[in-house]
Design a protein around this ligand. Structure first.
Ligand code: FES
Length: 94
């Protein structure tokens, strides 16, 4: 947990699925599939803006709660996953 401060993200591998784990500025945790739905780029290389993450390639922003893109060129959502925090450990439910 401590290696992902608020307002940052980290690429993690959960059962061979690349996950962008986000520790948002509101202190909550979010997990979104790391692969942009527009092309094959890593969302964890992008920037977090509030409760959105911006794809570094073409700038679509995805809502961390729903996975829906809020800006073109992406039109398809990205999968999001439930996150649970227990005893300083973060768990992602695929
Ligand atoms: S690859 Fe992500 S918006 Fe194009």
């Amino acid at each position: 947990m401590n290696d992902v401060p608020p307002d940052s993200q980290k690429l993690v591998d959960v059962e061979s699925t690349p996950i962008c784990l986000v520790h948002a500025e509101d202190g909550d945790w979010y997990a979104i599939n790391d692969i942009c739905s527009h092309e094959d780029f890593s969302l964890s290389m992008g920037e977090v803006w509030g409760l959105e993450i911006e794809c570094p390639q073409h700038g679509s922003r995805f809502d961390l709660r729903t996975g829906k893109p809020n800006a073109l060129p992406a039109v398809e959502p990205v999968a999001v996953y439930q996150v649970k925090v227990e005893d300083e450990h973060v768990y992602v439910d695929l």
